[in-house]
Design a protein around this ligand. Structure first.
Ligand code: MN
Ligand code: MN
Ligand code: MN
Length: 290
């Protein structure tokens, strides 16, 4: 049986355990209303929400995959690696994620110091961002800037203060992709290169990234993600085939208020690409047995 719609799968979602606005159980309840049958929770650099999400999925009859979206670096570029089907208690993976969270907190402090130089109250902005999450992201700093009246919306906060070349920009320092993939593999997971079309890389660089990702043990590319253009979808499908990577799908859902990333809704994976769910043995043969 070929799945007639990937709308019943979502392998990239965020909860309040990172920068999403729904608690894991509320996220799962929404997934149930959208008739999602297989869900992965992939919070940034933490698996803190997985136990609650798994329990809620059980109550709703949804198959659940333990996941995490790890922040990594390739050359100077921040890239994200979604790990699916991990053993979340694996010490190596937890140590890796904890180290990234520490780097995140440190980056928030360095950005805050720069904002202070720019004339803002950096200390209270940092405190505001750190109070919002144990996995502080620049989005949390943007929310703190918004709350303090320094921007009228999140995008404005990035354009005025946090983006590249702006007063609060601090270059990221994250673990290299090879170390990140190794941590995922050691935890029994499949490493998925997240939203490859969003990186500001030339086509040549993107191919080099995919080649190195594959060589380091990466298993899949996110070929279809909510809000991408048909052209980008075709290009990512081609990349996946070229590097013999499976295709993953998801919404990258963060909050109900962002209509361009609706939970469980994205274009169907092109047939020429092997679905990561098939590689994981979850679809179509096993999904009903979960
Ligand atoms: Mn996010
Ligand atoms: Mn991401
Ligand atoms: Mn994400």
């Amino acid at each position: 049986m070929v799945p007639d719609s990937y709308e019943r799968i979502d392998l990239h979602t965020h909860s309040t355990c990172s920068d999403g606005t729904l608690a894991p159980a509320a996220l799962v309840a929404l997934a149930a209303r959208r008739q999602v049958q297989l869900l992965a929770l992939t919070d940034h650099d933490t698996t803190a929400g997985c136990a609650e999400a798994r329990q809620a999925c059980g109550a709703h009859g949804i198959a659940f995959l333990e996941g995490i979206e790890l922040t990594a670096l390739w050359r100077e570029c921040e890239v994200h690696i979604v790990a699916l089907g991990i053993r979340r208690d694996e010490p190596g993976l937890q140590q890796h994620a904890a180290a990234v969270r520490a780097l995140r907190a440190e980056r928030v402090q360095r950005i805050a110091a720069r904002l202070t130089v720019a004339g803002l109250d950096g200390d209270s902005l940092a405190a505001g961002a750190l109070a919002l999450s144990t996995v502080p992201t620049r989005t949390h700093l943007a929310r703190a800037l918004l709350a303090a009246g320094h921007a009228s919306d999140l995008q404005g906060a990035f354009e005025k203060w946090l983006g590249h070349g702006r007063p609060g920009y601090v270059a990221p320092h994250w673990p290299e992709i090879a170390a990140t993939i190794a941590a995922v593999l050691a935890a029994g997971g499949t490493a998925v290169l997240a939203h490859p079309h969003r990186y500001k890389l030339s086509n040549t660089a993107l191919r080099e990234l995919c080649a190195q990702f594959r060589e380091a043990g990466g298993g899949a590319l996110e070929v279809s993600i909510a809000g991408m253009s048909p052209d980008a979808l075709a290009r990512m499908a081609q990349l996946a085939r070229r590097f013999d990577l499976a295709g993953s799908v998801g919404s990258d859902f963060h909050e109900p208020g962002l209509p361009w990333r609706p939970l469980g809704r994205f274009a169907k994976l092109p047939e020429a690409v092997t679905p990561v769910t098939v590689r994981l043995g979850l679809w179509p043969a096993n999904i009903d047995k979960q």
